[in-house]
Each structure stands twice: as structure tokens, then as C-alpha cells.
Design a protein around this ligand. Sequence first.
Ligand SMILES: NC(=O)c1ccc[n+]([C@@H]2O[C@H](COP(=O)([O-])OP(=O)(O)OC[C@H]3O[C@@H](n4cnc5c(N)ncnc54)[C@H](O)[C@@H]3O)[C@@H](O)[C@H]2O)c1
Ligand SMILES: O=C[C@H](O)CS(=O)(=O)O
Length: 490
Amino acid sequence: MTALTLGNAALLRTGAYIDGRWDDAGSGTFDVHNPATGALVGSVARHGAAAASRAVEAATTAQVAWAARSAGDRAVILRRWHDLMLANADDLARLMTAEQGKPLAEARGEIAYAASFLLWFAEEARRVYGMVIPGNTPTRRLTAIRQPVGVAAAITPWNFPAAMITRKVAPALAVGCAVVLKPSELTPLSALALAALAEEAGVPAGVFNVVAGDAEAIGDVLTRDPRVRKFSFTGSTAVGKMLAARCMETVKRVSLELGGNAPFIVFDDADVEAAADGAMASKFRNTGQTCVCANRFLVQDGIYDAFAEALARRVSALRAGDGLAGVTDQGPLINQAAVEKVVRHRDDALARGARVLAEGQVAAGEGDGNFIPATLLGDVPADALLTREETFGPLAGLTRFAREADAIRMANDTPAGLAAYLYTADGARATRVGERLEYGMVGLNTGIISTEVAPFGGIKESGFGREGSVFGIDDYVSIKLLAAEIACNE
Ligand SMILES: NC(=O)c1ccc[n+]([C@@H]2O[C@H](COP(=O)([O-])OP(=O)(O)OC[C@H]3O[C@@H](n4cnc5c(N)ncnc54)[C@H](O)[C@@H]3O)[C@@H](O)[C@H]2O)c1
Ligand SMILES: O=C[C@H](O)CS(=O)(=O)O
């Protein structure tokens, strides 16, 4: 059941999608609420281990025929799925804003971003090349071929309810894998709408399956079933570590896209207005609920006051509200627990001597939602919770530094290693510091780094594997050696 009306009612699905069939008969239902208003958006069939096992069975059977099809065939279907996403972008965006809260314009942006992975890997499908290797003897012929790993399981988060799915499913299907997906129970409707479009695009039954409900029970099947040969997780570091460890019982291929703690470093010679614009784009996208958000600001002494003033001007102008009711700056946080974490980080920093430099507004009448005004703090100490933990909300804190070496040390002083940013007019310094930052991705004079054409992923405790780009295929293929003896014994 859903309380939303869309132009294309076929996108409103509330059951599991297994082996090409919709299964609304779960053990009861779980509710999806609008984080801006608290209103019920839909009730989704609650599935668990049995449905997950059926999905793995269906994927195991379907994967063989899917891998046997030509790369061109798979490319055509992925391209059609891409085209259908764009043709239904308005409905998909409204559904996303209703269940996740991001302003409609951001939701439309995510739909385009999510669809771009389908297009990218529709093209990459035709380029899964191998290699002929000069034989180690005159009559030995050696060939390395890339083959799909088989059945892939994916578990994804709520903050980007479409893009985190296609960023995994597109490369998997491109190379001939089949997928069982467990989306977040906070945003299942976007995932089920994607499945409806995959079905319409001609993705064969069993090649793409979606099961939601009892996360632990489903996850237990996906991490333990030996027929699952690949496990791809995007979410918090703690959950990722636990699930990955369980995958090792059957030595699955694993890729992890985990939490971040991005430093945003501003050097004295930076363009202060450009740096402030980049800071806003990085910090407040998706109301700060983004894994690559700037999480702490390291600002050199000479530019500190000018940057603080420029950023304060911008933060003060932010307005949070219901993304379906016209607010475009900031939406709600996903739930009350998220609000409480931001408050905890803010109050901890203030107790350690930080000061409020600016505060945005919350639109009138947003009393029931999970809203918190965007806030900028100054003089945040390096040992504040805001500096050491991922805040995942619209709270920014400025910390001073004196020398380049201090900035690098402070920036690297975290178990996370996903994204980092630095602003400087000095090209040599940009390269020198960028190379020394211990992160999977570094923005140089930009606050936005995510695109389907570039490798996305972290190091250290932010995970491993890369999504998007020419590298995104690697997580879904195995390399096989064919060694042939061609000696003639006549
Ligand atoms: N690196 C990236 O690309 C990336 C992208 C988006 C979000 N994230 C990270 O994800 C986090 C926010 O997402 P979240 O709150 O959904 O994370 P989460 O870890 O709470 O949940 C992620 C997924 O794991 C599932 N899950 C949770 N516990 C489980 C269990 N015991 N068994 C099986 N499944 C379980 C959830 O249902 C959800 O589908 C942040 O830390 C953010 O940095 C990282
Ligand atoms: O939350 C992190 C996602 O990866 C979002 S994006 O890829 O940076 O847009």
C-alpha cells in the first residue's frame, strides 16, 4: 500500500521482486514514513530469510543464461533501463523525496546520476577484454579471460536510494552476473521502482531480485549462502566490517563502501569565495547526509577570518523544509536519531570552547519533521566529536592550522579514508598535499568529486573496491588463465 500518487502508478511497488514475480505476501509489513512530515508513504511486505534464499536460487539459475548472452544484448537492456529511468525521472524523484527527504531538485539530480551508471556500464559491457600472453614455451599458448563471478549480493543505504543501487547493479549485469539486492528498509520504494523499470526494460527473470524487510535475516543469507560469490556493501563502517567478516566463511569477493570523515583544507592563498562555494557544495549536499561530505574544516591562520565570514554568509541563508513543498536548500534528516547525533556533536563542540558563527533557518510549520538548522561553528578543537566522528548532518566546524605539515597530519589523523578536499592557488602544493592525503578520492579546488566516469571508493576503514569508471567492472569479474599445449606429436 502506498499513500503517494504518481503519473506512472506501476512504479509504486510494495512486495519483494523475486524471479520476475512480485511477492506481496511477507510476514506482515513495515511502514515507510516521510521524514519531513512523518506521514505514512507506504507499507511494504516484510520478507526475511526464506525470500532471500528464493532470490539466491532464482539468481543462480538465471545467471547462467544471462552470462551466455552477448555483451551487446546485455548492453541494449541496460541502455533501455537507463532510458526508462530518465523517462520516469519526475515520478522517481517525487518517490525519493517522499521517503528520503532530499529536496526535489536534488532527487532529480540523483535520478540522473543513478541512470548514468546504467549508461556507462551499458557501454563498458562491450569492453570486458582479456589478454593473449606470449607462451612460456614454443608450443604453449596462454590466454587470460575475464568471466563474471556469478551471483552477486548487494546491501545499500538510505541516503542515495537509487544511485547506490545502480552503481552496483549496472556493472554486475554488464558482465553477466545476477544480483540479489537488499535496500535500506528506510527507502525501499525507490529500489522497488527501479526493479519495476528493470522488468520493463527486459532484464530477465531472476537476473535482478529485490528483497526487503528483516535486514539481519536477509543479510545472514546473503553473507553465508555459498552460491553467492560476490558481496557488495555500502553503509556504515561498523555494519560493513561485520558483514564482510561473515562473507569470509565462504570466501566471497567483497567490496565495501563505508563511512567517511572528510577534511576540507583551506590554505592562505586559496580563492576564499570559491572555497566557500566548494565548502557549501560538499558539506550541505543531501543536508549533510553524504559519505563524501566535508566533515571538518581545517583553515590556515591567514585566511581563517575571511573564510569564516564567507561561509557564515552562506550558511545563514540556508532554509530547511519539506522538499515536496517547494524548499530547495535543505531537507529533513532521515530520522530523529540522526538529529540527536548532530545535536550531540554540536553540544560537545560548544562545551569544548567552540562558538556558533552562523545558523540557517527552518521553514515555518515544519514542527513534526526531523529538521535541524544548518549550523557553522568556529574554533572547534581537534579532539571534538565533530572532528573525530562522521556527523552526517548540516553541522560544519572550523579548526585553525599554521603550517602545511600540520594540516596533513590533522587531516590524516582518522581511521577513515574516503574523501578529502583542499583549496590552494599553488599547483605544486595541490599535487604535493593531494598525494600525501590518505584518502581514496581528493578534490583539488572543488567540493564535488562524484561522477560515473571516475573511480569512487576509499582506503583504510572506508573500505575497498571501486565503483564507476573503467575500474568498476573489476569487482564483478574473475580472471581465468587458459594454458594450451599445441605441440603436434605426428
Ligand atoms: N562510501 C560510500 O560510497 C557510502 C555511500 C553512502 C553511504 N555511506 C555510509 O553509509 C552510512 C549511512 O547509511 P546507513 O545508515 O544506511 O548505514 P547502515 O550501515 O546502518 O545500513 C546500510 C545497509 O545495511 C543494512 N544493515 C544494517 N545492519 C544490518 C545487519 N545487521 N545485517 C544486514 N544488513 C544490515 C541496512 O538495512 C542498510 O540496507 C554512513 O556511514 C555513510 O558514510 C557510504
Ligand atoms: O553518500 C555517498 C554517495 O556515494 C553519494 S555520491 O556518490 O557522492 O553522490
